[in-house]
Design a protein around this ligand. Sequence first.
Ligand SMILES: Nc1ncnc2c1ncn2[C@@H]1O[C@H](COP(=O)(O)OP(=O)(O)OP(=O)(O)O)[C@@H](O)[C@H]1O
Length: 249
Amino acid sequence: MAAPEIRLCDVTVCHGRRPAVHHLSGRFAPGSLTALVGPNGAGKTTLLRAIAGLHRPEEGRIERPAGARVALLPQQAALDRQFPIACLDVVMLGLWSAVGPFRRVPRALRDRAAEALAAVGLAGFAARPVGSLSAGQFQRVLFARLLVEDAPVILLDEPFNAVDARTAADLLRVVKRWHGEGRTVVAVLHDLDLVRREFPETLLLAREPIAWGPTAEALSAANRLRARRMAEAWAAEAEACPRGERLAA
Ligand SMILES: Nc1ncnc2c1ncn2[C@@H]1O[C@H](COP(=O)(O)OP(=O)(O)OP(=O)(O)O)[C@@H](O)[C@H]1O
């Protein structure tokens, strides 16, 4: 799979006037596997949403080739599961770009969605309402949706949160398969041991970029300390500094 490059050019993303990501530059190389780490409130979710095109940067640019598809796995906590929808229907939501809105899903694609459920260990769950699933089972359904979406760029927001060790190991295998297929994968993670073991690249963010590169270097003790200090020092009411001011500094 030919994954596109994603380039961030001096990107600042705000909520209101407050920056969640401040003057970030760098690139996700095609086919790279990157952990996005940082303290709570460091801007990780906001950055993923901006890369997915759901939040426009106030300053700077996020460059990717026109038409390059990006799939996003949101945090489970951000999703409402109390609506009457079956597992297979959730998986088929990943087909909307192939099928189009309000169109009947062709048989072959329905079969593909059922195969994706089986691939994440949920064969026989097609008709189960998602409200009846455990957190780990629901995460498997969301991974099945990503499987059918088949995007060259995959963004995962805390993919192993609230799942047990076996589910995490199964889902990690899926992530590694995507990486092996040449897709570009970015995952927000808090488990630094897991990051060191499994993720070759790391972007350490504390609203300001702290480090971006090979994981061992990015997660050095000095960088982690700098990230913690930056997070503690950031005033909640601080506003973004304009680019010109920054360049002059
Ligand atoms: N919808 C919103 N409206 C206003 N402020 C927001 C909104 N979403 C996030 N923020 C603020 O932006 C900052 C970054 O939040 P974000 O969720 O991107 O951080 P995070 O690194 O993903 O945090 P965590 O590790 O806790 O999930 C925080 O100060 C947060 O309060």
